[in-house]
Design a binder for this molecule. Structure first.
Ligand SMILES: Cc1ncc(C[n+]2csc(CCOP(=O)(O)OP(=O)(O)O)c2C)c(N)n1
Ligand SMILES: [Mg+2]
Length: 353
């Protein structure tokens, strides 16, 4: 396993395509949207720092995978969608859900397994869904979200409702058969879907440079007659611009695209991962690209925020997170007699035309 190669593969700053540079210049992002990007990324980071704490206290059970370091991908991508568009997430899905508009109270309650959770506590960290927000589900089985997303996109095409689906998945998932089948179907059927691969360099302990046959996962797209785009997953604006352009094109009848966001998870694969498969230098390198710190500096330089207004924003978010934790802690577990509810749909629903 060659960690240097892994890092080199994801160093996108020096390899920006002229196309990416042109796209970044042509899209003017309004100041209020930039502020929202920063607030959302900060919310995800703080939410997950709290998740780590609650997990260590034994208040969150099962396995939990945090997204710290990757926030710019979820926020950039989901900000390019309308509120009734769909996303399908992964086992590392808290960031996607918050970015798509999930509320913090039911999110946190879900993680603590409480009846006030968005899935009544039955989904937990890896199976959060909130259909009202277009969140069709986080999925614990690697690569299993792609067919769900393709199904949602097929329904949108069939119903002609204009809704777009984003399918999020990791570098590891791109080696699953589902990835290849889904890109093929989405291409031949010209489905309104965008594939967003979060290449965070690893699938548990295995570097993408070892497990993946090509340097960039985006290089696989032309095999399905679709475009593969590489973007810097540490830069929220670049992700937003890439996804927004893809959404506009797909809405206008173009084929789907595969967007590969080069990113990195700062934390272990799971909470408690000893991380013997990567070096401190590699982690430190990626922390210099921190999506939140660097974006804060950018917005200060652009005079969109001040240190003072940033502190006001972070104080507000910190309080909302504390409120969500208190709400979750004070909620009840679902009573045992309701455990089997919502598992099977009724005949009534199944046979509705
Ligand atoms: C089908 C399947 N195989 C194996 C696993 C165990 N597993 C959980 S996460 C993971 C790695 C996934 O890597 P990637 O797709 O890159 O996502 P990341 O964890 O890096 O976000 C694996 C192998 C699983 N959940 N499902
Ligand atoms: Mg990965």
């Amino acid at each position: 396993m060659d960690n240097n190669k892994t890092t080199a593969n994801n160093k996108v700053n020096k390899q920006k395509s002229s196309k990416e540079k042109k796209d970044s210049k042509s899209e003017k992002i309004p100041d209020n949207l930039k502020l929202l990007f920063l607030e959302k990324m900060y919310t995800i980071r703080k939410f997950e720092e709290k998740v780590k704490e609650l997990f260590s206290l034994g208040l969150i059970r099962g396995s939990t995978h945090v997204y710290i370091g990757e926030e710019a991908v979820a926020v950039g991508a989901c900000s390019a969608l309308a509120s009734d568009d769909y996303i399908v997430s992964t086992h590392r899905g808290h960031g996607h859900c918050i970015a798509k508009g999930a509320e913090l109270r039911p999110m946190m309650a879900e993680l603590l397994g409480k009846e006030t959770g968005c899935c009544k506590g039955k989904g937990g960290s890896m199976h959060i869904a909130d259909f009202d927000k277009g969140i069709l589900g986080a999925v614990g089985i690697v690569g299993a979200g792609l067919p769900i997303a393709v199904g949602a996109a097929l329904s949108s095409k069939y119903l002609n409702n204009g809704k777009i689906t984003i399918s999020f998945f990791g570098d590891g998932a791109s080696n699953q058969g589902t990835f290849h089948e889904c890109l093929n179907l989405a291409s031949i059927w010209k489905l309104p879907i965008i594939f967003v691969c979060e290449n965070n360099c690893y699938a548990i302990t295995v570097p993408a440079s070892y497990s993946t046959s090509c340097t960039n996962i985006a290089d696989r797209a032309p095999g399905y007659n679709i475009e593969g785009i590489i973007t810097d997953g540490s830069d929220v604006e670049k992700v937003y611009i890439a996804v927004k352009k893809a959404v506009d094109n797909v809405k206008n009848g173009s084929r789907t695209v595969l967007i590969e966001a080069k990113t990195y998870r700062y934390e272990g694969h799971w909470i408690g991962d000893p991380q013997v498969y990567r070096s401190k230098e590699e982690i430190d390198y990626w922390k210099t690209k921190d999506p939140i710190n660097n974006y804060k500096k950018k917005l200060i330089n652009e005079k969109i925020i001040t240190e003072n207004s940033y502190t006001l924003m972070t104080d507000k978010v910190d309080k909302l997170i504390e409120d969500a934790v208190e709400f979750a802690k004070n909620s009840k577990f679902l009573s045992a007699d309701k455990a089997l509810d919502d598992i099977y749909t009724s005949n009534d629903f199944m046979f509705r035309s």
